[in-house]
Design a protein around this ligand. Structure first.
Ligand SMILES: *Cc1c(COP(=O)(O)O)cnc(C)c1O
Length: 358
C-alpha cells in the first residue's frame, strides 16, 4: 500500500557540536569567540523599540546590507544577508547548484556541505585533501556543477593561499565557486587578513561567491548573521530564491546588532588580536606536549598526538567539563579540534593535559 511516508523528503541532518549547559564548563567545541560582542551591539539591542516588533522588519535588511557593503567597499547590490552563514550557504546551494553535474568539495571539510547537497538533491563528489590536509587545486578543474570549500578550511584550520583559490576559479569559468570564509579574519596576524581573502578576486570572476559570518570573529553566534558578497547578478539570483521562500529572514534585533557590530572596527581588531595571541601560545603548549597540527589560521587548532588516542582524550576532557570537538570519521579520527578560548580557559586545558599525559 502506498503511504505518505514514501513521499517524505528524507535527509540525515547535520550534527552540530554539543551545546552543554554546565556551570564552570570550558567550551572549546564550536569555534565561538570567547569575548563578548562590541559594547555598541549591547546598546543597539537595548534601543530596539519593543513596540516596533509588531511591524515586519525591512525585508531587504538595508541598514545591515549598506553597512557591510561600505565596510568591504562594494555596492549594496553585491551583498546578500541571511540567518547565519549556514542560511546563506543553503540558499547559495539551492540557487547555483542545479546543473545535474556533481559539485566538488574536499573530503575533509565543513560537514554541512553534504547535508545541503542531499537536502536539495545535488549530486556531489569529494576530493581528497593531500598529505598535509592541503587542497589540490588540480582536482577541481572542471567537469563539475559547482565548487565549494572553506578557506581557512574546517576542521583543519589550514589556510590556502590566494593562488590556489584563483587557480580553482580559472579552471571553473562555467561553475559557481563558493569560498566559505567563516574564519578568514583570523588568518595571518589578523591585521593583514584581508590579503588572504578571495574578496580581492571579485572583480575578475563573476562566478565567485564569498561567504562570511558574524558568528566567529564578531562574537555573534547567538544572533545568527551571515552574508555573501558576489556579482550583482549572483546576489540578485539568491535574493529572488530567498524571497520565494521567506521574505523576512532578518529580524529587527539582528539587523540592529549586526549594523552596530560593523561600526566598531577597533574593538573587532582587538578581539581578533587577543585570540591570535592566545593561539600562538597554545601552539607552543601543544608542541611541548608532543602534539602535531597543521599551521592554524582560524580561531581553532586541529591537534593529534602519536601516543594518546584522540577519542580517549576527548572523553577524559569531557568528564572534566572541558568540551572540544571530535569527529569519528576516517583520516581524522585521531584528531581533536580545539577552539581558542581565553588565556584562562586554555590554561585550564593545558593544566589538565599535563596531568593526564604525565
Ligand atoms: C561555523 C561555520 C559556518 C556557519 O556559521 P554560522 O553560525 O551559520 O554563520 C559556516 N562555515 C564554516 C566552515 C563554519 O565553520
Amino acid at each position: 500500500m502506498a503511504s505518505w511516508r514514501d513521499n517524505v523528503r528524507r535527509v540525515t541532518p547535520y550534527t552540530p557540536g554539543e551545546q552543554p549547559h554546565v556551570a564552570g564548563m570550558i567550551k572549546l567545541n564550536t569555534n565561538e569567540d570567547p569575548y563578548p560582542p562590541a559594547p555598541e551591539v549591547i546598546k543597539a539591542l537595548q534601543e530596539v523599540p519593543a513596540g516596533d516588533l509588531r511591524l515586519y522588519p525591512d525585508p531587504a535588511a538595508s541598514d545591515l546590507v549598506n553597512a557591510i557593503a561600505a565596510y568591504h567597499g562594494v555596492s549594496p547590490d553585491q551583498v546578500f544577508v541571511g540567518v547565519g552563514s549556514d542560511d546563506v550557504l543553503a540558499v547559495a546551494f539551492m540557487t547555483f547548484f542545479n546543473s545535474g553535474k556533481p559539485i566538488f568539495f574536499p573530503d575533509i571539510t565543513y560537514s554541512f556541505y553534504p547535508v545541503w547537497a542531499e537536502l536539495f538533491r545535488i549530486p556531489y563528489e569529494t576530493k581528497a585533501l593531500g598529505e598535509i590536509f592541503e587542497i589540490r587545486p588540480e582536482d577541481y578543474a572542471g567537469g563539475n556543477g559547482g565548487v565549494v570549500f572553506p578557506n581557512p578550511n574546517a576542521p583543519t584550520s589550514r589556510l590556502e593561499n590566494l593562488d590556489t583559490v584563483e587557480n580553482i576559479l580559472q579552471n571553473n569559468p562555467e561553475s559557481a565557486v563558493i569560498v566559505d570564509e567563516a574564519y578568514i579574519d583570523f588568518a595571518g596576524n589578523g591585521k593583514d587578513s584581508g590579503v588572504f581573502s578571495a574578496l580581492s578576486l571579485l572583480n575578475k570572476y563573476e562566478n565567485l561567491l564569498v561567504v562570511r559570518t558574524f558568528s566567529k570573529s564578531r562574537s555573534l553566534a547567538g544572533m545568527r548573521i551571515g552574508y555573501a558578497i558576489g556579482s550583482a547578478e549572483m546576489i540578485k539570483a539568491m535574493s529572488d530564491d530567498r524571497y520565494s521562500f521567506n521574505s523576512y529572514t532578518m529580524n529587527r534585533t539582528a539587523i540592529a546588532a549586526g549594523t552596530a557590530a560593523i561600526g566598531n572596527e577597533e574593538y573587532f581588531r582587538s578581539c581578533i588580536a587577543k585570540v591570535i595571541a592566545t593561539r600562538e601560545r597554545a601552539k607552543a603548549e601543544f608542541t611541548a606536549l608532543g602534539f602535531t597540527y597543521p599551521e592554524p589560521s582560524g580561531n581553532f587548532i586541529f591537534v593529534s598526538h602519536p601516543a594518546c588516542p584522540a577519542k580517549e582524550l576527548f572523553s577524559a576532557l569531557r568528564s572534566r567539563h572541558i568540551y572540544v570537538r571530535y569527529f569519528d570519521v576516517p583520516r581524522i579520527d585521531n584528531c581533536l579540534r580545539v577552539t581558542i578560548g581565553t588565556d584562562e580557559q586554555m590554561e585550564a586545558l593545558f593544566d589538565f593535559l599535563k596531568e593526564y599525559m604525565a
